[in-house]
Ligand binder design. Structure first.
Ligand code: SF4
Length: 358
């Protein structure tokens, strides 16, 4: 199929089939960037309320840059992939302080910003600044592999290069933003992963996958994601109407969010054994009263399955807040404060299920 035919057909289709989404009605790079970061690995129906909340809380890039990390993480809470939220914040600070709040326009400058990769740079460049950059995401892989019969594995570096070149070759440089959105929207709504609508398709006469009945084979993706199972035991220490929480740091999941004191094991273990083995808990063991142990909670992340239980503890008098901070790294928060802290969904599920928070 000729390049012109592909772009014309798909843009014509898009112009009568676009979803009515707020980031489609703007050329503001800040809003386009927000929507693209939120929608990576997130469905539109799930991402839309987050987008609206971000725009409400942080109407421009300077407002986002000046916000506290807790507020940014709280607004992101529930979307997963929390490093994206931290990068979003870091990127806003660079744009606010080094670019005076104006997004840079060139692909190279956009790529140099924290958390902005090829895809996001191309999306901002083409949609906000009409730069001739082609986006390549899962929808683009699917549409191009099926229409043109590209059998390269999309999870390999070579495969990615082949698709990037094809996307670039097909791009309508007079309207790169519209073209890019058209291909992605066509993949999201029409040429879908498991039920492509081939009978009413604009490419039905020229599509390789339809002709060869290879819709289920294309795109080729060989790498299997390895799933790790982790066993979490959370210790929820209470004092009156307060709960002891700690801010997670480092490179593990949920960095920047608040949870409880945690012991992780390779398998489920008896509670007493677990507590004895933990040197920090052993130090305060004489003050601990076990009140309640929850059932197991299963929480599924993309590469990890978590099996968690929560142990509610109260403390006998005599243990100072400083000792708790020094030994377990935890601090007490009122329930109002706990409600407003950014937390993993797993922790929110527990707090709601046990009636601790609404
Ligand atoms: S004919 Fe089917 S597989 Fe080919 S582009 Fe259309 S919907 Fe996708």
């Amino acid at each position: 199929m000729a390049k012109k035919d592909f772009s014309k057909k798909i843009v014509d289709w898009y112009l009568v089939n676009p979803r009515d989404l707020p980031w489609r009605k703007t050329k503001d790079p800040y809003r386009i960037w927000l929507s693209e970061v939120i929608l990576q690995q997130t469905r539109v129906a799930q991402g839309l309320p987050y987008y609206l909340e971000f725009v409400r809380n942080f109407p421009n890039v300077k407002a986002l840059a000046n916000a506290s990390e807790d507020k940014v993480m709280r607004t992101w809470q529930g979307l997963g992939y929390y490093s994206r939220a931290r990068n979003l914040h870091a990127c806003a600070k660079v744009i606010a302080h080094h670019y005076n709040g104006q997004f840079p326009k060139t692909h190279a400058e956009l790529l140099a910003l924290p958390g902005i990769g090829e895809y996001t740079a191309a999306a901002i460049g083409s949609m906000a600044f009409d730069q001739p950059e082609a986006v390549v995401d899962g929808n683009v892989f699917r549409v191009l592999s099926r229409v043109f019969g590209i059998e390269e594995d999309v999870s390999t570096a070579t495969g990615k290069k082949v698709f990037a070149l094809k996307a670039k070759e097909l791009l309508d440089i007079d309207q790169p933003g519209v073209h890019n959105q058209a291909v992605m929207e066509f993949g999201a709504l029409h040429c879908t992963p498991t039920s492509p609508n081939c009978t009413t398709c604009i490419f039905s006469t020229g599509c390789f996958a339809k002709r060869q009945e290879m819709q289920n084979v294309l795109p080729v993706k060989s790498k299997k994601v390895k799933i790790r199972t982790r066993h979490f035991t959370y210790f929820v220490i209470t004092k009156g109407n307060k709960l002891a929480m700690r801010k997670r740091e480092g490179k593990d999941i949920w960095s920047g969010l608040y949870d409880f004191y945690l012991i992780e094991g390779k398998r489920a273990q008896h509670l007493k054994t677990l507590m004895k083995k933990d040197s920090a808990l052993a130090q305060i063991e004489p003050y601990i009263n076990i009140e309640f142990k929850s059932d197991s909670y299963k929480h599924v992340l993309t590469h990890q399955h978590l099996l968690a239980s929560f142990v509610m503890l109260s403390l006998s008098p005599g243990l100072s807040a400083k000792k708790l901070l020094d030994t377990l790294g935890i601090k007490f928060y009122s329930l109002v404060e706990v409600a407003s802290l950014p937390k993993p969904v797993l922790v929110s599920r527990f707090l709601t299920k046990e009636g601790i928070l609404e």
